[in-house]
Design a protein around this ligand. Structure first.
Ligand SMILES: Nc1nc2c([nH]c(=O)n2[C@@H]2O[C@H](COP(=O)(O)OP(=O)(O)OP(=O)(O)O)[C@@H](O)[C@H]2O)c(=O)[nH]1
Length: 142
């Protein structure tokens, strides 16, 4: 398997995976980035960077366990959309998955807060710039 972090793309691309957890009312879980981190205070999809040697799905399953304390089976991660945006000196490639099934109740283990939001209501929230194009896509998919 080719590692997206190596080769001619070099260190420019930053692969990040994130999940839109969807509840029975069609709301999506967002988490607030804590103080002391980049983009602190903004509402984002749970997830994080893909580490060397990890598949995107393994990275997302790990991040959801670390950040929310939930277990998501690989089969319940449906590829949904992506975003591509400049991020400082790097270039963010954000892969967004949709999941409707998980084990456990999400808790804010790393974020400062969690909230369930309908995609249409995300337009009024402070979110990372890269996430903006994902809102309409999510609205159409959920
Ligand atoms: N998890 C997540 N990350 C996002 C979203 N949108 C977005 O631009 N990002 C960016 O993608 C990167 C995700 O890495 P991360 O969540 O593991 O960040 P981190 O706190 O470990 O690293 P950091 O301390 O450099 O911010 C961050 O730079 C974050 O700002 C999103 O919706 N979810």
């Amino acid at each position: 398997m080719t590692n997206i972090q190596s080769g001619t793309a070099g260190s420019l691309l930053l692969p990040v995976v994130a999940a839109a957890l969807v509840d029975l009312d069609g709301r999506v879980l967002l988490q607030q980035r804590p103080e002391g981190k980049s983009l602190a205070g903004l509402w984002e999809f749970p997830g994080g960077k893909v580490e060397a040697g990890e598949t995107p799905e393994a990275a997302l399953i790990r991040e959801l366990e670390e950040e929310l304390g939930i277990a998501v089976p690989h089969a319940c991660l449906a590829p949904a959309a992506f975003a591509s945006a400049g991020l400082g000196e790097r270039h963010l490639l954000l892969l967004l998955y949709i999941t409707r099934k998980w084990s456990g109740v999400p808790r804010a283990l790393e974020a400062s807060a969690l909230r369930w939001v309908r995609p249409a209501d995300m337009h009024g929230l402070a979110m990372p710039p890269a996430d903006r194009p994902l809102i309409g896509l999510l609205d159409a998919l959920i």
